[in-house]
Design a protein around this ligand. Structure first.
Ligand code: NAD
Length: 327
């Protein structure tokens, strides 16, 4: 199969591209190496993808370009059997203007959808986000929960997701949207809580929690996200559907920081700084719909995932840590 992974030099896209290439597929990555975090991580992700293709029977091609370039996107989608649309201005906390989120996450997505409407593809998988929910009316969130995002990022992901579902309904595009819940793991974006806590503790610095640490999160290990995406190669059961992809294992940020501290540097205190007002207080996934439709079942508890990440971090400390410190 020929698989286009937009944003394939990024964290999640990098894992998808690596896995698909290792499985023997022909992978094409479209990424503009947006410098909102250190792009050396993206260079590394590309290396890993190329090595996976060489080790397996697959191929790996990198196209440096922008999802806002409609002609380029149309050409790439025309050649693809599957499209995994991961490219986005990611993260609720970046200081980009709402227009940047809109241009990349909404217009860029429309380019992909228009191309998918023109060309027969097997499936289009859109990377959505738990941030579409906003403040919880009840927890865990199921997909019927109100969507009232509280950040420009969340609003743009919701718009992209809604367009994907409209294109599925009206134009027959076989689109699926996966609402990811805080994804972490090897090669994760350096500006996220787990990479920061681990890095600071290993360097004898207290982990810093935003706010009072009572915020709760469903933290999803990247291997589980990969499994959900892989399942969509083999089934059309979720076409036209939005599904939560989380771990269901909930933790508050104070406990997360304290446990990482206890494991890596018990002599340190946990420190606190101001909370970000675009962060949801709580997020918790009900994944029964994804379980019903595609057999999705998270396999990593947060403690297991953090342990796996710390092990990877230690092995890759030399190149990865300076990038976390630099973010
Ligand atoms: P990431 O930033 O590592 O990956 C996104 C990639 O898209 C980057 O490599 C970036 O260079 C690329 N990109 C950005 N703008 C682009 C453009 N205009 N044209 C082409 N490429 C562009 O982020 P990630 O954590 O891997 O997230 C992947 C997807 O999953 C995103 O759509 C994000 O919104 C979504 N998501 C991530 C999480 C998470 O916790 N990591 C949670 C919910 C949703």
């Amino acid at each position: 199969m020929r698989i286009l992974v937009t944003g394939g030099a990024g964290f999640i896209g990098g894992h998808l591209a690596e896995a698909f290439a290792a499985d023997g597929h022909d992978v094409v990555v479209l990424d503009n190496f947006d410098p909102y975090y250190d792009t050396r991580i993206k260079d590394h992700n590309v290396e890993v993808g190329r090595e996976a293709a060489e080790a397996g029977d697959g191929s790996y091609d990198l196209v440096e370009g922008d999802v806002r370039d409609a002609d380029l996107v149309a050409d790439l989608v025309a050649d693809a059997d599957y499209v995994y649309h991961q490219a986005a201005q990611a993260g609720v906390r970046t200081d980009y203007s709402p227009r940047k989120y809109d241009e990349v996450n909404v217009d860029g997505t429309l380019n992909v959808l228009d191309a998918a409407r023109e060309h027969d593809i097997e499936r289009l998988v859109f990377a959505s986000s738990s941030s579409v929910y906003g403040k919880p009316r009840y927890l865990p969130y199921d997909e019927a929960h109100l969507t009232t995002p509280i950040s420009p990022y969340g609003a743009s992901k919701l718009a992209g997701e809604r367009y994907a579902m409209v294109y599925a309904e009206r134009y027959g595009v076989p689109a699926v949207a996966l609402r990811y819940f805080t994804v972490y793991g090897p090669r994760m974006r350096p500006n996220m809580a787990i990479s920061n806590f681990v890095s600071r503790c290993l360097n004898g610095e207290p982990p810093v929690v935003y706010g009072d640490g009572t915020q709760t999160r469903d933290m999803t290990y990247v291997a589980d996200v990969l499994a959900a995406n892989r399942a969509l190669l083999d089934t059309d059961a979720a076409d036209g559907e939005v599904m939560n992809v989380g771990s269901t294992d909930n933790i508050d940020i104070e406990t997360l920081a304290t446990e990482i501290r206890d494991q890596l540097a018990p002599e340190l205190d946990v420190e606190h700084t101001d909370a970000y007002d675009v962060d949801a207080d709580h997020s918790h996934a009900d994944v029964s719909k994804a379980n019903d439709l595609i057999g999705y079942e998270p396999t990593y508890t947060i403690r297991e995932g953090v342990e796996a990440f710390v092990e990877w971090y230690r092995e890759n400390r030399e190149w990865y840590e300076p990038l976390v410190r630099n973010s």
